[in-house]
Write a new protein. Structure first.
Length: 404
């Protein structure tokens, strides 16, 4: 068992290094846009979001680079939703869904875009936000720079809207890993960036080609990421295009969200596995993006399994010695070492994000101690996701205003 564990650790490290070593092979460059007169649209799925949406609408109106209110579309399910009157007050477009049996966000976006297609109404780019988002005043201005560079997809910096809660702060650290640690480093190459949630734009040419919104899994953002990879779309992470997003504040909501993400992750990968394999060849200018996504998180999973097997082998040897004090101490030592490693990982992330998070010393301490425990929650979430056939999209209520 020890030999198998060490072998798996070695294989995982090799896979991880291979993702780094293939990066120079990628040559998927954007083509600059010649047209600098832009006509942008904003789309907001907003079922029962009257508690938070007005803050987003005001932040849109306060942009330094203006978007006409008539180009903002808010998607609701019926006129009895108080969201209707709020949007009407701001003189923005209200789209009422008809296909209510299709409950995922991707279907809401699909209905609106198909309606715009029927009306032959097109835009240079479509920005997608959740109703609980709030935009920094320079968000559109910064994203316009990314659009002018010719990128098919522009991704903004996702900050935490409710930093006064330890669970929400811990939750937001996953986006620090995806964006600050992942996407920002990928900006140095032409590798596709990973979308997470909303706060991004899609180039209008793509919407015009699709005539719909074709991503309907539980994690339509990750599904779109996979599509962008196999279709050689270009993407860029603009850390100066900041927006704020509400994170779950209870463990129940946190667990529900993570279970949905994990289920959606595997659901999307199943859809695109064949396309990824098909595009894995040296003639593909986007080969490194394909290679990275084929491996996905399996390198990390294999390394973790290797460590678990190695520790388990050590534990068996302790048991065979029938020294029960050593057994207990050995088990506690393993748990402690894992916990401390994750605490240091959290501290490192908080150091990177300190200027954006602006946390108190007390919150930094609480987050550092709590985050490893919430990361451990991914294990039961993964088990539930893998063994639940029909996991439905469940709404998490949003109610927080932006707290600086």
């Amino acid at each position: 068992m020890e030999a198998l564990g060490i072998t798996l650790i070695f294989i995982g490290i090799i896979l991880f290094l291979s993702k780094l070593l293939t990066e120079p092979l990628n040559k998927n460059y954007p083509h600059k846009n010649k047209n600098i007169a832009h006509n942008f649209a904003i789309i907001i799925p907003a079922r029962d979001e009257s508690k938070v949406i007005e803050e987003l609408l005001i932040s849109i109106e306060n942009q330094t680079e203006k978007i006409d209110n008539k180009n903002v579309y808010v998607i609701i399910e019926n006129k009895s939703d108080p969201t209707y009157e709020i949007v009407k007050k701001h003189k923005m477009n209200i789209f009422i869904r008809q296909k209510l049996n299709l409950k995922r966000k991707g279907y809401a976006l699909m209905e609106l875009i198909e309606d715009l297609e029927q009306k032959k109404k097109y835009y240079d780019a479509y920005f997608i936000f959740d109703a609980d988002n709030v935009l920094d005043k320079n968000y559109i201005k910064e994203m316009t720079k990314t659009y002018n560079e010719g990128y098919d997809i522009g991704i903004g910096y996702r900050n935490n809207k409710n930093k006064n809660n330890v669970i929400s702060t811990c939750s937001s650290l996953i986006f620090s890993i995806l964006n600050v640690v992942g996407n920002e480093r990928k900006n140095k190459t032409t590798i596709n960036k990973t979308l997470s949630g909303t706060g991004f734009y899609i180039k209008g040419d793509l919407i015009k080609k699709w005539k719909t919104y074709p991503f309907h899994t539980l994690t339509e953002d990750y599904e779109f990421t996979l599509y962008s990879i196999v279709n050689n779309l270009t993407s860029y992470y603009n850390k100066n295009a900041k927006y704020y997003d509400e994170q779950p504040t209870t463990y129940k909501d946190y667990k529900t969200q993570r279970t949905r993400w994990i289920k959606g992750y595997f659901e999307a990968r199943k859809l695109y596995r064949k396309d990824l394999i098909k595009n894995f060849n040296l003639t593909n200018k986007n080969i490194s993006s394909v290679h990275k996504e084929l491996i996905g998180v399996w390198d990390i999973i294999i390394i973790i399994i290797g460590f678990v097997l190695t520790f388990f082998d050590m534990f068996i040897k302790i048991i065979e010695g029938k020294n029960y004090i050593n057994i207990i101490l050995g088990f506690l030592t393993i748990i402690f070492l894992i916990y401390i490693s994750l605490v240091f990982l959290t501290i490192w992330l908080l150091c990177i994000e300190n200027k954006n998070f602006n946390l108190t010393n007390k919150m930094i301490l609480k987050t550092s101690l709590m985050h490893p425990l919430l990361l451990a929650a991914y294990i039961p979430c993964a088990i539930k996701a893998l063994f639940t056939k029909n996991l439905e999209w469940n709404k998490i209520e949003h109610k927080e205003a932006l707290k600086e």
